[in-house]
Design a protein around this ligand. Structure first.
Ligand code: KG4
Ligand code: ZN
Length: 346
């Protein structure tokens, strides 16, 4: 089985071809970082326009890299939510058009499910596993017991961790996105110099909260002498922030493992899972830790093609009338799946 996957839910335009070996036959990604950097965050209208401008050429290039024509595919998958609706529409409409023209099944992929199943593409992980999904928009702990079968054990009550990384990066003048910059600066920093809170630490359950930690970083910056931030101060703050986030994640994952009732494995996914320090901290839990390669932690289309393939090989495709969903919780009951042969519009 070979699928084309399309990802356009945020600020990366991506296409990939993945088979069920599993092998990533080809993948391309066009980052819009430079388009959004002057605004310090993603501007939805700029994102949608950039996806529209580049997606068809990117798909053509990806198919050429794979040495395949659309007729060689078994299906087309696209992120259909959650995400910035303009971009999601560009991706789903393109995928539906390819599916309609070539008589292929279309699979509407939940972006979170794509992150959640990536470890099965990269590490052949068997169900069930515990998943820590940490990205710019999401932070949750889930039990994954099958494709489409997710039980939410806890999540953030305010900010996602990636969002907190981005805001800390911005406060310290490290640019956007903050995550990789904060991680780089933290390597040179002293995590002990500034005392920061550990929200939710030791509380029952698995919820997390990062808004108070972010505010504490802001207050610490404001208490420093006025003027440009000293690079040592910035590095020490990054290290303190990362250490606090690490303590919280380790504590919450320990609780989640107890609720999960098995020794693991613990899978980390989403952009923040690219963070080496946090991966290292999570290893201290003693459960087998599976973290996809960094390039497959942040948004990409291989994970979308793979999630589509996982669904399609169970006989689940979606109608061409499937509506893009800006919000789409992972643990919600999905409408009954239809077989590829009977999918509406095919
Ligand atoms: O999964 P992703 O690419 O997009 C979403 O679905 O949100 O995650 C992007 C987030 C951003 O907030 C970015 O700052 C964060 O992941 N991130 C990191 C690192 N690399 C990316 N956070 C911490 N450390 C990193 N190395
Ligand atoms: Zn993502």
């Amino acid at each position: 089985m070979i699928l084309l996957g399309i990802e356009t839910s945020c600020d990366e335009t991506a296409a990939a071809v993945v088979d069920d070996a599993p092998t990533i036959r080809a993948h391309r990604l066009l980052s819009q970082l430079d388009d959004h950097a002057p605004y310090g965050g993603v501007v939805p209208e700029i994102a949608a326009r950039a996806h529209l401008e580049h997606l068809d050429i990117l798909i053509a290039d990806t198919m050429r890299d794979a040495g395949l024509g659309f007729g060689d595919l078994d299906g087309v998958a696209a992120t259909a939510g959650p995400g910035l609706i303009g971009g999601v529409m560009v991706g789903t409409v393109t995928a539906k058009a390819i599916a309609a023209v070539h008589g292929l099944p279309f699979v509407a992929v939940n972006h979170l499910e794509a992150h959640a199943l990536t470890a099965r593409l990269t590490d052949d992980v068997a169900f069930p596993y515990l998943l820590l999904l940490v990205s710019g928009g999401h932070c949750q702990l889930l039990e994954v017991s099958g494709v489409g079968r997710y039980r939410r054990l806890g999540g953030t009550v305010d900010d996602a961790l990636g969002e907190a990384f981005d805001k800390v990066g911005k406060m310290l003048g490290l640019g956007y996105p903050g995550g990789p910059a904060v991680e780089r600066a933290a390597v040179r920093g002293d995590p002990e110099r500034f005392a920061l809170p550990r929200p939710m630490l030791g509380r029952p359950g698995c919820d997390v909260s990062f808004s108070g930690l972010k505010t504490a970083v802001r207050q610490t910056v404001e208490a420093l002498p006025p003027g440009p931030l000293d690079p040592t101060d910035a590095a020490d703050l990054c290290a303190a922030f990362q250490a606090a986030a690490g303590d919280v994640l380790v504590d919450r994952c320990r609780h989640a493992l107890a609720l999960f009732g098995r020794p693991g494995p613990l899978v980390v996914a989403g952009g923040v899972a690219a963070n080496r320090y946090l991966r290292h901290r999570l290893e201290s839990l003693g459960a087998p830790l599976i973290a996809p390669p960094q390039a497959l932690c942040t948004d990409n289309a291989a994970m979308v093609a793979w999630a589509g393939l996982e669904r399609l090989r169970l006989g689940w495709a979606d109608g061409l009338d499937f509506k893009a969903r800006p919000r789409w919780p992972l643990d919600e009951d999905r409408p009954p799946a239809v077989s590829p042969d009977t999918a509406d519009g095919l």
